[in-house]
Design a binder for this molecule. Structure first.
Ligand SMILES: C[S@@+](CC[C@H](N)C(=O)[O-])C[C@H]1O[C@@H](n2cnc3c(N)ncnc32)[C@H](O)[C@@H]1O
Length: 389
């Protein structure tokens, strides 16, 4: 994480503007343990954590806002170091050679699916593609389809992106997002196959399993009529659990196989076969045509509220509901009318960590607005109740 350690910040007179960067006054936490420095540059807002220590002051990038390009964060830090006129004990900003990262055109952010995605092709989705053998196999086998690969393990993503480039495969989009929420951002009746191959069994924490009631319902919505969801697993527990869930549906049609051979075998499959483990396939066929899903509006705040009112009722607490939560983590005061509320909220399996900037002009999430998934929408509405109540 970019950071600097300097002798003092006494000579910095906040707020100030330099080279297009606006540095807000320090926002102080009630326990005085740390301050948050809010910075805006062009249309971006991001934060630093400022800690006054016995012999120096540490200013470090805040991981909540690490979606901001690193070069922007580094530049802000180098302005602070220079303007402070202080002795610099440590800096990993100036020396670092910022390599211009090449972003693969096949790597897409979840915002792309909310804001821009237009589907003009048949779609196949693979959940947790791991080494990507099956994903690439499907891409080559179905050149006219779009294959969307979901994965939360960054090294696997990078490996597959390299393979796409080397093999010149152009009909794949790779997304680093939790599969249980991703499907909410796809249009209804647009997918012909969803592959869930060797999901993590999570026998001790079944609530973390990819296959769950919400995932099945969203799968049915996005699947075309006659489209299918293919679960392949070596875990008889997971197989039985999934079978029960599909059986509980009002209408269900499934094919079951034991030790079926596929044309491609994944790394996990090779391992289980060497151990002579059984492999189960459950193929659920969708027979419904689902209603089109309306695009959810962005999660905004209609009116502002006095920071002093928030300060009066703030306490570090959690609101825990069945399918979402809000955690009020800390409150930082910039002045009587402005401040930052540090919160995490949303689905238990995919929470958002952010600040809410409260000022006379209005309220906004920092570093950016959150996507209107079902859980985020519920949490956002609950937060508004808390703020305005
Ligand atoms: C056991 S590996 C199987 C990988 C691959 N399908 C195969 O057969 O070799 C499970 C993969 O699912 C990914 N994964 C786990 N939970 C996920 C989630 N909620 N959304 C997307 N991917 C997930 C993991 O990172 C891991 O790469």
């Amino acid at each position: 994480m970019p950071n600097i350690q300097i002798s003092t910040i006494e000579n910095l007179s906040f707020p100030f503007k330099k080279e297009g960067y606006f540095f807000y006054p320090l926002a102080k936490s009630s326990d005085n343990k740390e301050s948050i420095l809010l910075v805006s540059f062009e249309d971006k807002k991001f934060t630093f954590i400022v800690k006054k220590r016995e012999k120096d002051v540490l200013i470090k990038a805040d991981k909540i806002t690490n979606v901001i390009p690193i070069a922007v964060i580094q530049k802000a830090l180098s302005i602070l170091a220079k303007e402070s006129g202080a002795e610099i004990f440590y800096s990993n900003v100036e020396s670092r050679k910022t390599k211009k990262a090449k972003i693969s055109p096949y790597f897409k952010d979840i915002n792309y699916f909310y804001n821009e995605f237009k589907n003009d092709r048949d779609i196949l989705v693979e959940v947790g593609f791991g080494s990507g053998r099956h994903l690439l196999y499907q891409a080559l086998k179905n050149p006219n389809s779009l294959i969307i690969g979901l994965e939360i393990h960054r090294p696997s993503i990078d490996q597959v992106l390299r393979r796409l480039e080397v093999e010149g495969i152009k009909n794949v989009l790779v997304v680093n997002y939790d599969a249980r929420i991703f499907l909410e951002f796809l249009p209804s009746n647009s997918v012909s196959k969803i592959f869930v191959h060797f999901p993590v069994p999570w026998d001790k924490k079944p609530h973390r399993r990819v296959i769950c009631e919400d995932f099945i319902n969203e799968s049915i919505r996005v699947l075309k009529k006659d489209g299918s969801l293919e679960l392949r697993t070596d875990s008889d527990n997971y197989f039985k659990y999934s079978f029960e869930l599909f059986l509980n549906l009002n209408k269900s049609s499934m094919e079951i196989y034991k030790n079926r051979d596929l044309e491609v075998s994944s790394k996990y499959e090779d391992r289980w076969r060497r151990l002579n483990k059984n492999i189960y396939d459950l193929i659920f066929k969708n027979e419904e045509i689902s209603k089109e899903k309306e695009k959810m509006p962005p999660l905004d705040f209609e009116k502002s509220i006095l920071f002093s009112k928030i300060k009066a009722k703030f306490k570090k607490e959690k609101i825990l509901e069945k399918d979402f939560f809000i955690h009020f983590e800390n409150l930082y005061e910039i002045d009587k009318e402005e401040g930052l509320l540090k919160i995490s909220l949303g689905a238990y399996q995919k929470s958002e960590h952010l600040y809410l900037l409260i000022s006379k002009e209005g309220m906004e999430y920092i570093p950016s607005n959150i996507l209107p998934s079902y859980a985020n929408l519920k949490a956002h509405n609950k937060l508004k109740e808390w703020l305005y109540g």
